[in-house]
Structure formats: structure tokens, C-alpha cells
Design a protein around this ligand. Structure first.
Ligand code: ADP
Ligand code: ADP
Length: 225
């Protein structure tokens, strides 16, 4: 079966069916974008995969493991949100190390690993800066480095660029795509921005009202009859 395999996912809030029989597969190393209007269920789907929200029905398999049976921390999934969510009283380096601390590495190993992650997002020079001393784009790069610290098997990006200015968004888009390719990191990328979806993905899934209504590679998805 696929590296990531979502089958018949459903979720209802009150009377509203927010996810309605969602089926989605991703191959190892693939970046799949979920594109759709606000409120169509994109965040809810990512939250279900990460274990932050319970499903009503369906299955989630990652590398043949049933994620729904595992607590969030055991799922080996990294997540970056729209708002930065860095710890304000920790430095950039400490924010990145926070992810590592959980893995029981020595202090020295952690420092070395944090340095490598800061280098990956090109922010070695900001190791000792606090979040408020960083630009929005820099904060999102730190958030990305922190999410990669746990060596996730799947990366979930929930509109990570939406709060940023247009030019920064474009640059960071390219940067995230390069890092994702270099690490061969299987990634689900949520956006409501069509251009973003078309320029950075291997495959685009269009969502509407809790359903994936169409999918394909970015070159052909809009030209198919
Ligand atoms: P998107 O990420 O596509 O903007 P969401 O997954 O955030 O969509 O939300 C999908 C729908 O589910 C929206 O109508 C939203 O208001 C609703 N919703 C999300 N979270 C909750 C919740 N915790 N309780 C009730 N309704 C929710
Ligand atoms: P976004 O569109 O950025 O995902 P939302 O405004 O949809 O943000 O959701 C923000 C938070 O509020 C989420 O934790 C979501 O689960 C919750 N939420 C969203 N809609 C509702 C709702 N109708 N009732 C209760 N909680 C909700």
C-alpha cells in the first residue's frame, strides 16, 4: 500500500460533516497540496492525521502503521501552523532544541543537531535571537526547523505562508520546496492560494465541503476536461 494512506475519513462537528469520505494516498517523498476555500476541512484533516482531533471513521496508515491507534507523539508526524507558535521566551536555537529534548539525546548531540537544522533553514546566525527579534518569515523557518527536529516521517504544513508578505511568501515557498526535496520528506501542504499550490506541489488535491473533488499533477489539473 501507499506510504501514506487515508481511507474513508469522516468527521462531524455538531450537525456539520466537515470531512466526508476523504481518500488520499501519498508516495514517499511526495509533496501533496490540499487546495480549497476556507472552511472546507483542510485543517481538520491535518489535525486528524497529527492526532490533535479524533476521527469519526476511516483509517490512517503511515508506513504500514495504523496511526489512529497511536498517541500524537508516537505518530512521527511534524506540523507547522499558520501562526508561528514558537515559544516566545526561548531563543531560536532553544526552540529547535525543544523538539530534540524529547528524544533523550545528550546536550552535545542536541546542540550539534540544532545547529544543523538552523543551517538547513539558513538561520545559523539567529541562534540566540528571540522570536520577537525575528521577521515573520524567519519565525516560520524556525518553526519548520523545530518540526523537523523529531525526524518526522510525515510533514504537515497548515498554511505556513499565509501570514507573510507576498515577496517573502514567494521566497519561502521555493525554500520549503528545496528542503522538502533534499530530505525526501513526504509532505501534505494546505493552502487556499492557487498559485502556491501550482508552483510547489507534485500533486494537487482540490477540496470542497469536506470532500476531495479532484486531484492531479499541477500541470494538468486545470486543463483536464
Ligand atoms: P479549513 O482549514 O479548510 O479552513 P477547517 O478544517 O478549519 O477548514 O474547518 C472546517 C469546518 O469545520 C469549518 O466550518 C469550521 O468552522 C468547522 N470546525 C473546525 N473546527 C471545529 C471545532 N473544533 N468545532 C466545531 N466546528 C469546527
Ligand atoms: P483556520 O481557518 O486557520 O483553520 P479556524 O478559525 O477555522 O482557523 O479555527 C481556529 C480554531 O478554532 C481551531 O482550533 C478550530 O478547531 C476551532 N474552531 C473552528 N471553527 C469552530 C467552531 N465552529 N466551533 C468551535 N471551534 C471551532
Amino acid at each position: 500500500s501507499a506510504y501514506l494512506d487515508l481511507r474513508h475519513i469522516s468527521k462531524t462537528y455538531a450537525q456539520t460533516r466537515v470531512l466526508d469520505d476523504v481518500n488520499l494516498q501519498a508516495a514517499e517523498g511526495e509533496l501533496v497540496t490540499l487546495l480549497g476555500p476556507s472552511g472546507c476541512g483542510k485543517s481538520t484533516l491535518l489535525r486528524c492525521i497529527a492526532g490533535l482531533t479524533d476521527l469519526d471513521g476511516g483509517s490512517i496508515t503511515l508506513r504500514q502503521k495504523d496511526l489512529t491507534q497511536l498517541p500524537p507523539r508516537a505518530r512521527e508526524v511534524g506540523m507547522v501552523f499558520q501562526s508561528y507558535a514558537l515559544f516566545p521566551n526561548l531563543t531560536a536555537g532553544e526552540n529547535v532544541e525543544y523538539g530534540l529534548r524529547m528524544n533523550g539525546q545528550s546536550k552535545r548531540e542536541r546542540a550539534k543537531r540544532a545547529e544543523a537544522l538552523l543551517a538547513l533553514v539558513d538561520l545559523e546566525a539567529k541562534r540566540d535571537a528571540y522570536p520577537h527579534q525575528l521577521s515573520g518569515g524567519q519565525q516560520q523557518r524556525i518553526a519548520l526547523a523545530r518540526s523537523l527536529a523529531v525526524e518526522p516521517k510525515l510533514l504537515l504544513l497548515d498554511e505556513p505562508l499565509s501570514a507573510l508578505d507576498a515577496q517573502i511568501r514567494k521566497n519561502l515557498r521555493t525554500e520549503i520546496r528545496e528542503i522538502q526535496k533534499r530530505l525526501n520528506m513526504t509532505t501534505l501542504f494546505v493552502t487556499h492560494d492557487q498559485e502556491e499550490a501550482l508552483t510547489m506541489s507534485d500533486r494537487v488535491c482540490i477540496m470542497n465541503r469536506g470532500k476531495i473533488v479532484q486531484q492531479g499533477d499541477p500541470e494538468t489539473i486545470y486543463t483536464k476536461p
